[in-house]
Write a protein that binds this ligand. Structure first.
Ligand code: ATP
Ligand code: MG
Length: 555
């Protein structure tokens, strides 16, 4: 049965445009990050949307760095952004920088001055704010508003030449100080900033404001559909005003709701605070909602794309359950990850009747979901590590794992029967004793026994060790930005749990950073980039089931 997905509102707009022959049927979008931080899962949505629409309609999508603010921008961010987009599976049509348009934007400003539509204002930032007016009250015109074109041209040239100090003058559009939309009350176009820019160096000391630069940059690139988030909806009339007055290519702006996710924050400013205050190890800490953090944690790019596609886009703000993202991650990893055995909280299991000197090597299936997944050798011996929780001295009814008298299957190996255990003086179990049934070998079992429990294990003589990092939500509350006080007050103090030395199958010692596996019964894990030749580190990407949802139900 084929399922036709209904069009989202942007697809509807685009199909109507194509049908009407607008832009000669051309679709050209752009993704315009400001290089002032690493990309997060919200950006991933915007990337999937912009590149996805271009692909669907045989169009193009530009990557444009919106680098008009010299103070916060760095080349490190530019590189990370390119890396993240490629990793997500997209390639841009052209790589552009708003700063490449500084000359053109300057010329456009001169055009507006000549048309009597822009003026140099000597008012301070405070004076400009104080004369803005409000929803109820019109603003007041600046005393510098009616300067002659010649004077404005000269002052603007002097601003550019570096004659004035930061904040001494601005260039403002001359629109209407009583306009019902406050953004059109003579908005700023340029401010003076004697700052070094990551690309233009010290060439400029005046920098264009977002509202002036963005639409003109779209127009220069002949972008047909300029998609941004909802908070810019009131900026749209200004976007259109500049384009109309300049008579340049008519790009159009469309807005959709930002992607928000539960148990995290999603603004670069806040993420930067988490990094600077060392609440996380960096932008790519596996607990971060950044693309680089998710990649390091082991989230597949395909899962992020699927998540973006599944949630779709909305015209109203909403917050999406992070459980849905984890569901997409599990779905992909289930298909691609080899199943291996690792014991995180070990206790020794001794097989009392296993002949000294005997050594079985089992061929274990790598991935039951993948017929071509192959097998790997797993050595077995008379002393194994098992999970402490798989044995109970006083088990409740229906405990199908090890307790004196119980039988379980050791995964891919034999059935064993528990016969006793040892404790230390403090009452901790130190050894579990079992006998094994030689005829119950996996694959050639003639025991006729049916056991209810299967547990994983690692041969003690063959085991290697590794560090494991278990992650929980970074915040204790669903929407930390919406709580009283500082969002950082809601950080989960237990979001990282390090197990310095767990036991893993010997085959796993070959794993390399980025490799992904399922530790049977324990979750999906990815080899961390901190790993060295002598020390493997595994990040838990996600648990096998949604433990959180179960907890929530229990209350
Ligand atoms: P932040 O508030 O996180 O710093 P931003 O909007 O300032 O985000 P930009 O680098 O300017 O970040 O964003 C690049 C593009 O990504 C913009 O088109 C923006 O609308 C989009 N974008 C940013 N955050 C989200 C989000 N949470 N959901 C969807 N799109 C987003
Ligand atoms: Mg921004």
């Amino acid at each position: 049965m084929s399922e036709e997905k209904s069009l989202n509102f942007l697809e509807e707009i685009i199909e109507n445009d194509i049908a009407a022959g607008n832009n000669n049927g051309r679709v050209h979008t752009r993704f315009p990050p400001e290089p002032n931080g690493y990309l997060h899962i919200g950006h991933a949505t915007s990337i999937c949307l912009n590149f996805g629409l271009a692909k669907k309609y045989n169009g193009k999508c530009n990557l444009r760095f919106d680098d008009t603010n010299p103070v916060t921008e760095e080349t490190e961010y530019v590189e990370s952004i390119k890396n993240d987009i490629r990793w997500l599976g997209f390639e841009w049509n052209g790589e552009y920088y708003a700063s490449d348009y500084f000359d053109k934007l300057y010329d456009f400003a001169v055009t507006l001055i000549k048309k009597g539509l822009a003026y140099v204002d000597d008012s301070t930032a405070e004076e400009i704010a104080a004369t803005k007016g409000s929803f109820e009250k019109p603003g007041q015109e600046s005393p510098y508003r009616n300067r002659s074109v010649e004077e404005n041209l000269q002052l603007f040239a002097e601003m550019k030449a570096g004659k004035y100090k930061d904040g001494e003058k601005t260039l403002r559009a001359k629109i209407d100080m009583a306009h019902p939309n406050l953004l059109l009350r003579d908005p700023l176009m340029y401010r003076i900033k004697h700052e070094h820019h990551h690309r233009t160096g010290d060439k400029w000391c005046i920098y264009p404001m977002y509202d002036y630069a963005h639409g003109q940059s779209d127009s220069i690139e002949e972008i047909t559909h300029s998609i941004c988030t909802l908070e810019f909806i009131h900026h749209r009339p200004l976007y259109n005003w500049f384009i109309e007055q300049l008579g340049i290519f008519p790009s159009h702006q469309y807005e959709f709701a930002r992607r928000n996710l539960t148990y995290t924050v999603m603004s670069k400013r806040k993420l930067l605070q988490l990094v600077n205050d060392k609440h996380v190890s960096g932008w790519d800490d596996p607990r971060m909602p950044t693309i680089s953090g998710m990649r390091r944690r082991g989230y597949p790019a395909a899962a992020l794309r699927q998540f973006s596609d599944t949630v779709g886009i909305a015209k109203r703000e909403n917050i999406v359950d992070v459980g849905l993202l984890e569901f997409c991650v599990r779905e992909h990893l289930n298909k691609t990850s080899n199943r291996v055995m690792a014991v995180l909280d070990p206790v020794k299991l001794v097989i009392t009747n296993y002949p000294a000197g005997q050594e079985d090597i089992f061929e274990a299936e790598n991935n039951p979901e993948d017929p071509n997944g192959g097998t790997r050798p797993v050595p077995f011996s008379g002393e194994l590590w098992i999970e402490r929780e798989d044995f109970m001295e006083n088990p409740p009814k229906k405990f199908f794992r090890l307790a004196v008298g119980n039988m379980v299957r050791l995964k891919s190996a034999y059935i064993v029967k528990c016969e006793g255990f040892r404790k230390d003086d403090a009452g901790n179990i130190t050894e579990v004793h079992c006998s094994y049934l030689p005829e119950s070998k996996s694959g050639s079992d003639t025991s006729g026994l049916i056991v209810k429990g299967t547990i994983h294990w690692v041969s003690a003589a063959h085991a290697k060790t590794a560090e494991v990092r278990l992650y929980d939500r970074l915040f204790r509350v669903e929407d930390p930005s919406n709580e009283d006080g500082d969002f950082k007050d809601y950080i989960n103090p237990d979001s990282l749990c390090v197990l310095p030395s767990v036991y893993i199958e010997p085959e796993l010692a070959k794993a390399k950073p980025g490799d992904q596996v399922q530790f049977m019964r324990k979750g999906y894990f990815a080899v961390d980039t901190d790993s060295t030749e002598n020390k493997l580190i595994f990040n838990r990407t996600v648990t096998l089931k949604d433990a959180w949802a179960k907890e929530a139900k229990k209350g």
